[in-house]
Design a protein around this ligand. Sequence first.
Ligand SMILES: O=c1nc[nH]c2c1ncn2[C@H]1C[C@H](O)[C@@H](COP(=O)(O)OP(=O)(O)OP(=O)(O)O)O1
Ligand SMILES: [Mg+2]
Length: 199
Amino acid sequence: MQVLLATMNKGKVMELEELLNDEKIEILSLSDLPNYQEVEESGSTFAENAFIKARAACAAGKMITLADDSGLEVDALAGAPGIFSARYAGEPKNDEHNIEKLLTDLEGVPEENRTARFRCALAIICPDGQEYLTEGSVEGRILTERIGTGGFGYDPVFYLPDLQKTMAELSLDEKNCLSHRARAFAKAVPLLTALMKSF
Ligand SMILES: O=c1nc[nH]c2c1ncn2[C@H]1C[C@H](O)[C@@H](COP(=O)(O)OP(=O)(O)OP(=O)(O)O)O1
Ligand SMILES: [Mg+2]
C-alpha cells in the first residue's frame, strides 16, 4: 500500500515515517509529486487545515493521504499562536524567529503561568472519498531559553515537566512515544490497518 504524506515539513516527515514503519507501506511525500503547489491553510481550526492539505494532496497523488496540521497553544497568550504557529513571526516561516517572538511575548510571565500544549490534527483521506480525522495533544510549559537540539519548531522551548526535559532533548523514538503527533497517529492505526486490507 502506498501512503502519501501531505507535508512540506521535514521534521514531520521524519516522525511520521518512523511511526508508519511497516514493510507493507510505501511512503511518499509531496516531493514525489512533480509540480505540486502548496495550498493555502485558510481554515480556522487545525482539523480544517489538515483536511485542506490532505484533500489537495490526495487529488494530486490519488492514493491514501495523511496530512498533519499542528501547533502550539499557550495559555498566557489566550491560545496563540495556535493555527498560526508556523507563521507566527511572519512569512517566510522560520522556527528561530517564531521562538524569538514567543519568548518576547512571554517576557515577565512567571513559570507557573507558562503552561502550553502542542496539538495535532491528523487527516486521512482515501481516493474514494472516505475522510477521517484523529487528534492528539501533549501538555507542557514554555521555558525562557532554548534547551536541546533535536526535533523541530518550538521543541527547544517546550518543557515536559514529567520527564524534566524539553521536547528537543528527546530522541526521535522518545518523542514518538508521547508527542501530540504520535498520539493522533496511535488513534489512526486501527483505521490504517483496515484501509490496508481494502486498498
Ligand atoms: O512536534 C512539534 N515540535 C515543535 N513544533 C511543532 C511540532 N508540531 C508542530 N509544531 C509547530 C511547528 C510549526 O510552527 C507549526 C506547524 O504548522 P503546520 O502548518 O502544521 O506545519 P508546516 O507549515 O511546518 O508544514 P505543513 O503545513 O507542510 O505540514 O507548529
Ligand atoms: Mg503549514
